[in-house]
Write a protein that binds this ligand. Sequence first.
Ligand code: KG4
Ligand code: ZN
Length: 336
Amino acid sequence: DKRELILAFESSCDETSVAVIENGDRILSNIIATQINSHQRFGGVVPEVASRHHVEQITLVIDAALKEADVTYDDLTAVAVTYGPGLVGALLIGVSAAKAIAYAHHLPLIPVNHMAGHIYAARFVKPLEFPLLALLVSGGHTELVYMAAAGEYEIIGETRDDAAGEAYDKIGRVLGVPYPAGKEIDRLAHLGQDTFDFPRAMVKEDNLDFSFSGLKSAFINTVHHADQIGETLNREDLAASFQAAVVDTLVQKTVKALEQYPVKQLVLAGGVAANQGLREALTNQLAISSPDIDLVMPPIRLTGDNGAMVGAAAHVELMKHHLADQTLNAEPGLAF
Ligand code: KG4
Ligand code: ZN
């Protein structure tokens, strides 16, 4: 039987997800149970609440993933799991479930870095070609990652403070947009104009790092100042101006990185990769400055946290025999 079937787990934050992936590039199932409704009233993810939801959901999600893929445990080649970075209690639920199944069914256990998983979501669009550069933008990370070959990761730039998604979520509170705010601010931005001229931090500096906390403060100060003088600002224009500043910064630093690191592909990855403004700006910019570089953007449904991306990254680790044993533990601060 030439079918390689990986049962892949993702539970690093507020999504409980299990997928069955065939030969590293075909999704047989990708069940995602989201907990967003339970966290919204707190304005962010509450770790204790997240862990409890993962415990409640995990066996249901495993059963649904096997059923939808029409496979049994006996058909599986390996079990894969995100073991970091993320919330320790949340990660432990996926790690424990994956270890239990690997032990009971005598299957290899593949440890996967969550951020590598985000990059490998692009594998469902087309084969990855190396060297490649990934712009990795999520709720916890904003990084430029250079990959000389499959499964090799080098961070060449990163945020010095807030992640891009985190900035969206924080200004969302000021705009009265519920957590996670990125998608709604993206929608509002398309209805407004860039009239506020917010700062583009560090774009003139000769490095590949980012900073979004100054932009966040400028945004909050602008809204508070208007409140104090009894003025109401246009929400669509505020959203459009904020998004223009984030997108400009991300695109300009990516262009700078491409000048220093010649690559075949640029992969957009992470939850913020769903952003329409960012997708359009990168597409337009690359067409002008690097028409030979292949821009790979995963479909929107694979940009957020999911098991399928973990299965795709796991396939590469399995080829390299990078396996874990029953001592595998969650690593909340895991780096590449
Ligand atoms: O990768 P992800 O699902 O979880 C982490 O690993 O952090 O990313 C979640 C982040 C949230 O901050 C959310 O607001 C943001 O992605 N996000 C967006 C959009 N959709 C989700 N940010 C901007 N525009 C969007 N369309
Ligand atoms: Zn993520």
